[in-house]
Design a binder for this molecule. Sequence first.
Ligand code: UD1
Ligand code: UDP
Length: 369
Amino acid sequence: MKKITLVFGTRPEAIKMCPLVLELKSRPREFDVSVVVTGQHREMLDSVLQAFRVVPDIDLNIMSVSQTLFDVTQRVLAEMRRVLTENRPDVLLVHGDTTTAFASALAAFYLEIPVGHVEAGLRTYDIHAPYPEEFNRAAIDASAEYFFAPTAATRENLLREGKPAERIFVTGNTEIDALRFTVRGEYSHAELDWAADSRLVVMTAHRRENLKNAANPEGAMRGIFRAILRVVNEHPDVKIVYPVHLNPAVRDAAELLQNHPRIHLIEPLGVLDFHNFLAKAHLVLTDSGGIQESAPALGKPVLVLRDTTERPEGLQAGTLRLAGTGEDGVYAEFTRLLDDEKLYAEMSAAKNPYGDGTSARQIADILAK
Ligand code: UD1
Ligand code: UDP
C-alpha cells in the first residue's frame, strides 16, 4: 500500500489533479490517499472541488485579497512543513508551476520526502515568461524524484537537464482527462443563446507579467484589450464572452472592454460550464496554460496572448498560434484568424498533442509499481 499525498491550491491545478485524485481513490487496495488544498485560490478552487465532488482532507485556507508571491510562498512553506511532518507520505504529488506547487515541493525536499511532479518538463527558457511560473517549474523539477511529463518534447527537456531517464514517464496531460468529466452533447446556457447568431470568441487573460508593473506602468493587457476592441468593431458577426479572473488587478484592466454591445464580461465559469463554452466556441483567445491544451482537444483554434509558450507541441501541431502581447500583433493575428478561412480550417483540424484522456490511470499505474 502506497501512502500518497496530493497538494494543490489554484483552479488549474484542481482541474488537472481531481481526475488523478478520483483514479487513486478508486484503488483503495493500492493507495492510501490524502488530499491537501492550500486555498491559494478560494472561490475558483472550491468551484472545481464541487464539480468533481472531491472533499479535501486538509484545507490550509491561505488566500488573501491581492496576495503577493511572498505571502503565498511563506504561508504554504510553513503550513506544508507542519502537514508533511505529521503525515509523512511515501510520495507528495504536486502539479505544474504555481507557487503552491513550488513551496510544497520545497517543503517536501527539506523533509526528504520524495516529490512526484505532474506536468513536469514544461519550459519557455525565459525566466520572466511566464512569471514566476518558469522559475517555479524548473525549481520543482530540481527537487523532484518522479517526473510525469505530458509529451515527448517535455521529456526531452528533462533529459537535457540531466534527469534520469528511468524516472521520466510520458503520460499525456490530465487536462484531457478532465474533459471526459465535463463536456456534454446536450448543453445550454444563456450566454450561448445570446451568441447563437454570431461567431463566438471565448477569451481569458490573467498573466501576472501582463499586468501593470515597474517596467510597464500601463500593463501589456490593456494593449491586448485595445486590439480586441478594434477587431470586434470591424467584425459585426463576432461576439466575445470573457469570464474575468477574480484578481482585482485583472478586473481593473478588463474595464476597457466593458459596455461594448458584443462583449460580455462575466464572472468566472465553473469548469463544467467553461469546457462546454469552449466546445461551442468559434475560436479562443487566451494567455492561460490549461486552455492551450483543452481547446485544441475540442478542435478549437487558439490564439495565445503571449510572446512565448511552454507548449510548443501545440504550435507544431498547428492548433495554437502566438499572437504576442503587443497591440498591433494581436490585432493582426486576430483579424487573420477571423478572415482567413483556410488557416481557420487547418487549425481546427489539427490533432491535439496532449493525450487521449487516460493520463490519470497511467500515472496511478506507475505509482503502484
Ligand atoms: C495563480 C498562479 C498562476 C495560474 C493562476 C491560475 C502563481 C504565482 N500563480 O495566479 O500560475 O496561472 O493562478 O488562475 O501561483 N482571487 C480571488 N479568489 C479566487 C482566486 C483569486 O479573490 O478564487 C484573487 C485574490 O485577490 C488573489 C488574486 O486573485 O490575491 C491573485 O491570485 P494568485 O493565486 O495570487 O495569482 P493568480 O494570478 O491567480
Ligand atoms: N477555466 C474555468 N473557468 C473559467 C476560465 C477557465 O473553469 O472561467 C478553466 C479552463 O478550462 C482550464 C483552467 O481553468 O481548464 C485554466 O485555468 P487558468 O486559466 O486560471 O490557469 P492556467 O492554466 O493559466 O494556469
